[in-house]
Design a protein around this ligand. Structure first.
Ligand code: ADP
Ligand code: MG
Length: 750
């Protein structure tokens, strides 16, 4: 379907404006209209010209004192400078254009002596307060009298996510140029009329008008509400379709062995050195029942760091092996895959030495298959997977996309869901003759509505207790600019190492001279940086923040730190060759190095029980959930853990609030909730959805829980009655538009 919304902006707005918008990823009219205002300036009252604060959006009633057009000093173009006064203060208004002719309209109106209301954001130029491209309404020109001018100027002003090349006022004009001529027929509405009627919602066009050109605050709020509903509704309809499709699929049933004919699972249970927690049992039973059905299991297992998910997963894998199938365990990194393979082999003991001297007779094998294996080892692992000799194959996601053959793949377990979204689940389903069962494990606790939004097609199980009495962990914030505290930090590390323990030191970057963060942490840290909404006038040059600390630099410093003299300082980051990574991890594991300086590659799953301290540099730049994950790496043994968050955040900022929250609680669910509240939800959701930009622009998964439920209730009956949505082609098209780019991205990466 093509219509006016598909038209290119270069055509609608001219090549120059269009090209500038294209650089922001806005290509079509539709893209531009979905570029929603980030917030609204509500001028409301006039500002006293004597109190113009930098960065504030103001409206002033004033008289034009002088107006001059002159060429720009350093670059091509012309400048109209107008000085207005209210009799007490003076304020400059500046208008730029490439050609003086383009300024003529303003020049003709803004003649000395005219009075009007001028609105814009206050900035400073050479010490003088000014408004750049202000909006204005002139008395006796645009409106009759001063009251009317004030009234007109008090409409909420949309403020757009802007760039230096395309400032918000230019976006606002572009939007209006595109939006104003549209009619209802031009704007297809994926929310059917009957749903709109029963929910009391305006049409899509009405909503677009309300958010882009509101007359009142109530108007843009109503518009936003309607667009949020639409996002939730399209998503819930898509998920309902997926569930319906999955319920039709075949899988091989893998029932547990009967008691009189016990298999590996029973022998494993008997050999466990601890008793399963009640939660592990309950979830284990749910999983066992799912596996026994001829429909593919689609289950998300969430449990805080250390809640014992691995054992649950291993028991599921053994049930499948007992039933003659194979299981694959996918980890997000090669380091973690290698560690998982070691952990599983240790837990299984002789049960993992099938066919080997001294191994259990009916035992199986755990194969590790990663891209960096030497050719011979790789060939052997491939063979073990293809022949079925290995009941369990551990690797990264590449296991699914490479030409890895399984004799009979019955179960896929994914550790850490971050990069395993809807698309990957599709790829997986396409892998075998029949779909394997799927268990996705996550330690990032997901609030209910997020689970419903991102994983709406999965069943959810939760492990809520942490087994074995852990010694606990205490967390403190260390101000980076306090040398005494920093010194004490390294003394604490020394004390721990002297007591036989080990320390992690985490930095957001690898090289000190790289662009801010090209390492594995880059995306996340970048996202965190944008949390503290930088006021627009600060864009670019302002607010100097110290550069992020880097692994290589910090490692050098620590080797020269007197408190750490004589200690071995190891290094681990994502750009090291896989062999070196393994060696660094192994050295730390074995105690050959006692301090490990690394990026967030250790974020998930790494298990070194002797590690008791973690120092995180630039902690204020990380998301809360990520810090919680990191912190979960220490205090895993019997000795208490200590986490020191080195922060450069100014008191009172959201970044400071994040690190303080972490110091106060160890409850992962509470932190996940807080995280969502404190930071840009798009980031959180984006990360959960395989790192791409979220298709949800306005929907807030925590605050809009009720709206999501409402949309779900509206979408379900519609899909049940008409799974192909043939009666609702506009909804079907919206779903397709939402899912397509994801698929492409996944294929590119694979
Ligand atoms: P996570 O959920 O973070 O993946 P793990 O599965 O790695 O947690 O478990 C953390 C530690 O707790 C491991 O050393 C594991 O062997 C141990 N563990 C798991 N279940 C129990 C239990 N029921 N009792 C005691 N220790 C357990
Ligand atoms: Mg784990």
């Amino acid at each position: 379907m093509t219509g006016r919304l598909d038209e290119k902006l270069t055509r609608l707005l001219g090549t120059r404006s269009g090209a500038a918008l294209e650089k922001m990823g806005l290509v079509t009219a539709d893209d531009l209209l979905r570029h929603y205002p980030r917030r609204y300036a509500e001028p409301g009252q006039l500002t006293d010209m004597a109190q113009l604060a930098l960065g504030e959006h103001v409206s002033v009633l004033a008289r034009v004192a002088e107006a001059t057009v002159r060429p720009m000093r350093n670059r091509q173009g012309a400048l109209l400078q107008v000085v207005v006064t209210d009799g007490r203060g003076r304020l400059s208004l500046t208008f730029f254009a490439r050609h003086p002719g383009a300024l003529r309209g303003h020049e003709a109106k803004l003649v000395p002596g005219r009075t009007g209301v001028f609105s814009g954001t206050v900035s400073a130029y050479r010490g003088e307060r000014q408004l750049t491209h202000p909006d204005y309404v002139l008395v006796g020109g645009d409106v009759e009298d001063a009251d009317a001018a004030v009234d007109e100027a008090s409409k909420p002003m949309p403020i757009y996510p802007a760039t230096a090349a395309v400032p918000t006022w230019r976006l606002q004009r572009a939007v209006r140029t595109v939006l104003d001529p549209l009619t209802e027929d031009d704007v297809p509405d994926p929310v059917p009329a009957e749903v709109r009627a029963s929910a009391g919602l305006p049409t899509r066009l009405e909503a677009l008008r309300a958010v882009h050109a509101p007359a009142t605050a109530a108007e843009w709020r109503a518009g936003q509400h309607r667009l949020r509903f639409e996002e939730a509704f399209v998503l819930q309809a898509a998920l309902a379709q997926r569930r319906a499709a999955a319920a039709q699929e075949d899988a091989t049933a893998r029932p547990p062995r009967p008691a009189e004919d016990p298999g590996l699972l029973a022998r494993f249970d008997a050999s466990l050195p601890f008793t399963l927690t009640a939660g592990q049992r309950a979830v284990g039973d749910e999983v066992a029942r799912d596996l026994a059905r001829p429909r593919p299991m689609q289950r998300l297992l969430q449990g805080d760091v250390g809640s014992g998910k691995t054992v649950v997963a291993l028991r599921a894998m053994l049930q499948v092996v007992d039933a003659g199938g194979q299981a694959a365990l996918l980890a997000p990194t090669e380091v973690l895959a290698a560690q998982h393979a070691r952990t599983l082999r240790t837990l299984l003991g002789p049960l993992a030495e099938g066919g080997l001297l001294g191994g259990a007779e009916d035992g199986t094998r755990v194969a590790l298959l990663t891209g960096s294996l030497p050719a011979a080892a790789r060939k052997q692992a491939l063979l073990q997977a293809a022949s079925g000799e290995a009941g369990i194959v551990v690797g990264t996601h590449a296991l699914l996309s490479e030409h890895v053959q399984f004799a009979d793949l019955g179960l896929v377990v994914v550790d850490e869901q971050h990069r395993f979204g809807v698309e990957q689940r599709d790829a997986l389903r396409a892998k075998g003759r029949v779909a394997p069962h799927l268990l996705v494990m996550t330690a990032t606790p997901i609030p209910r509505t997020v689970a419903m939004t991102v994983f709406g097609d999965l069943e959810v199980s939760s492990l809520t207790e942490v087994p074995a009495q852990r010694a606990g962990i205490s967390t403190h914030v260390v101000p980076a600019d306090n040398p005494r505290w920093m010194e004490r930090t390294w003394q604490r590390v020394r004390e721990e190492v002297d007591a036989g323990h080990r320390a992690y030191v985490v930095c957001p970057r690898i090289h000190p001279d790289e662009e801010q963060g090209a390492g594995p942490a880059a995306g996340k840290v970048k996202a965190a940086e944008f949390d503290d909404e930088v006021p627009e006038f600060l864009d670019g040059d302002a607010e100097e923040r110290a550069p992020l600390r880097a692994v290589l630099e910090v490692a050098e410093e620590l080797r020269a730190t007197p408190a750490l003299a004589g200690l071995e300082v190891g290094v681990l980051h994502g750009q090291m060759p896989p062999g070196e990574k393994d060696a660094a991890m192994a050295a730390f594991s074995a105690g050959a190095s006692q301090v490990l300086v690394s990026t967030t590659v250790i974020e998930v799953g790494v298990d070194v029980p002797e590690a008791t301290v973690m120092v995180v540099f630039d902690a204020d730049r990380f998301g809360l959930s990520q810090l919680h994950q990191l912190r979960g790496r220490v205090g895993r043994g019997s000795a208490p853990g200590l986490c020191l968050l080195v922060s450069t955040a100014q008191p009172g900022t959201p970044a400071a609030a994040r690190v303080e929250a972490l110091a106060e609680t160890t409850d992962g669910f509470r932190l996940a909730q807080l995280d969502l509240e404190l930071r840009n939800e798009g980031d959180v959701l984006g990360a959960a959805q395989s790192g791409r930009t979220s298709s949800l622009r306005l929907l807030r998964v925590v605050k809009d829980a009720d709206l999501i439920e409402q949309a779900r209730r509206a979408a379900l009956p519609l899909v049940e009655a008409d799974p192909g949505l043939s009666d609702h082609p506009l909804l079907a098209a919206a779903i397709a538009a939402q899912l397509d780019p994801e698929k492409e991205e996944f294929l590119e990466r694979a």
